[in-house]
Write a protein that binds this ligand. Structure first.
Ligand code: C2O
Length: 543
């Protein structure tokens, strides 16, 4: 294993898309940002300099950060933001993980332009559990906004209304030929016949799940969230924001007389504004002659095709092999039932609110809309164990349960607070997350920092604590860092609390995150020296 040093200069750069030039926050002037490439077991040291007029932090999404919680990155959870003109060194070791993850800014909505791939290769001498691909290609799904995304979210929070949407989706920063004034900004993947390519799919979009497909080609899913899965074939991939999926693309044995679009557009069941446009790249074979080629387009499911979504997510199974055994908890010490969903809060006096019926949008877990503190939770926990910054009374069940498939109550009893759950080291935990369907059923990609969770059960309607647990998969459940709570349904996950620190959990739709669909876990130190959170680095930013 080696140590890999990187320097990330967060600075403004002019970027032009859709005939619109804008100055955007970038890392080292690149949009999307540069890849971090490492091997399992390596130490990664990234010095982040902030040269923009905004606070910033960087999060290494999906990296377990075992005993390195100070490097996790979410603002006001594990660190205070890096202020303009300041820097911070993120220092962590990649333990027991290999595959595709990604990094992104974790302050407000800055991740709209500040994101890039993390590629973790197997240890030297280790091999993929599938044939070695001819080439490996990151495919980052992102967006292009003609306007400033910081203005979009701050206006939405002020008015209580739903935010505006992006002007285009993008593949590797390029919206593609289906948008106006965008033909030259089309991602092109040139391939040879008879080869296998590994595509590392990453959904970095702010507020949407995406369907992805390549015309006339099937894909073999081999990994999700940097965990190998039992391979399965599909024409269409569904990927939630925060999630990563590795697929093998086998090219045709001879160069066909055609080029093929690879397209992505949203899966969306919620209410309100949505950009339902399609980003497209081109899969192009090496050809003796490029004249007269047909262009073939893939067929994507309808925008609200929840049946496809349910089917697709059921197909994921971990390898659960001798080399990669499943460590799913067979018994549970602590059970939680979390309702997740939208709601609305009364409009403050002297304000007009543009949310539902003159209220303002909010979002919550168990009726608690989580308020970010003005100092970092991890610091308060580490130095003085709370003292008013947070309370340890996050409810383990909803305060006011109701029938989640019936008519939602008028008053959803949402209150604001910085409440956390405290777990003893190595507790085996089960969390069932239920979509409340208030203001309409909607899927929620829930992301837990510092952990992978085992997805032991998924279902529609109300979770049934009597009968559903008997059907849980405790043999080869998929392991993920970002789990879709199905639209109008529930998901059950398990994990061992084996990583001490403070860990954020939130919906990876940034709009739901901003509205409060977020909470935090404190995992206490264990007794052994290698079960304790070390003290923070000396350059940890101050609030
Ligand atoms: Cu990818 Cu807390 O985020």
């Amino acid at each position: 294993a080696v140590t890999r040093h990187h320097k990330f200069d967060v600075r403004l750069q002019n970027v032009t898309r859709l005939c619109h030039t804008k100055s955007v926050a970038t890392v080292n002037g690149k949009f999307p940002g540069p890849p971090l490439i490492a091997r399992e077991g390596d130490r990664v040291v990234v010095e982040v300099f902030n040269h923009v007029n905004n606070n910033v932090t960087i999060h290494w999404h999906g990296i377990r950060q075992l005993q390195s919680g100070w490097a996790d990155g979410p603002a006001y959870i594990t660190q205070c933001p890096i202020k303009t003109g300041q820097s911070y060194v993120y220092n962590f070791t990649i333990v027991g993980q290999r595959g595709t993850l990604w990094w992104h800014a974790h302050f407000s909505w800055l991740r709209a332009t500040l994101y890039g791939p993390i590629i973790i290769l197997p240890k030297l001498g280790d091999f993929y559990p599938f044939p070695k691909p001819h080439k490996e290609i990151p495919i980052l799904f992102g967006e292009w906004w003609n306007v400033d995304t910081e203005a979009v979210i701050s206006q939405a929070l002020q008015t209580g209304a739903g935010p505006n949407v992006s002007d285009a989706y993008a593949i590797n920063g390029l919206p593609g030929l289906l948008y106006n004034c965008s033909t030259k900004d089309t991602f092109k993947l040139k391939v040879k016949p008879g080869k296998t390519y590994l595509l590392r799919l990453i959904n970095a979009v702010l507020n949407n799940d995406l369907f992805f497909s390549i015309a006339n080609h099937s894909l073999t899913v081999v990994e999700a969230d940097a965990v190998y899965v039992k391979p399965f074939e599909t024409n269409i991939v569904l990927i939630g924001p925060g999630q990563t999926t590795n697929v093998l693309l086998k090219t045709k044995s001879r160069s066909p007389n055609a080029t093929f679009l690879m397209s992505a557009r949203p899966y969306f069941t919620g209410q309100g504004n949505i950009d339902n446009s399609t980003t497209a790249g081109i899969l192009e074979y090496t050809q003796p002659s490029k004249k007269g080629l047909r262009v073939l387009k893939p067929t994507l499911p309808a925008i609200n095709n929840t049946a496809f979504a349910a089917n697709f997510s059921q197909r994921f199974r971990s390898l659960a092999s001798e080399k990669f055994p499943s460590n799913v908890p067979q018994t549970v010490q602590k059970r939680f039932f979390f309702t997740v969903g939208l709601g609305s809060n009364p409009c403050p006096e002297n304000q007009t609110c543009q949310g539902p019926n003159g209220t303002k949008f909010s979002a919550s877990v168990n009726n608690i809309s989580f308020s970010l503190p003005t100092t970092a939770l991890l610091q308060s926990y580490f130095y003085d164990k709370s003292n008013g910054v947070y309370t340890t009374d996050f409810p383990s069940t909803p305060l006011v349960p109701f029938n989640y498939t019936g008519t939602p109550p008028n008053d959803t009893n949402v209150s604001n607070g910085t409440r956390v759950v405290v777990l003893q080291f190595n507790t085996s935990v089960e969390v069932v997350m239920q979509d409340t369907s208030i203001l309409g059923a909607e899927s929620h990609p829930l992301h837990l920092h510092g952990y992978n969770v085992f997805v032991v059960g998924i279902g529609f309607g109300n979770f049934d604590p009597e009968n559903d647990p008997a059907k849980f998969n405790l043999v080869d459940p998929i392991e993920r860092n970002t789990v879709a709570v199905p639209s109008g349904g529930w998901v059950a996950v398990r994990f061992f609390a084996d990583n001490p620190g403070v860990w954020f959990m939130h919906c990876h739709f940034d709009v739901h995150l901003s509205w409060g669909l977020r909470m935090a876990w404190i995992v206490l130190d264990g007794d052994l020296p290698n079960q304790k959170l070390p003290p923070p680095p000396s350059d940890l930013p101050k609030c």
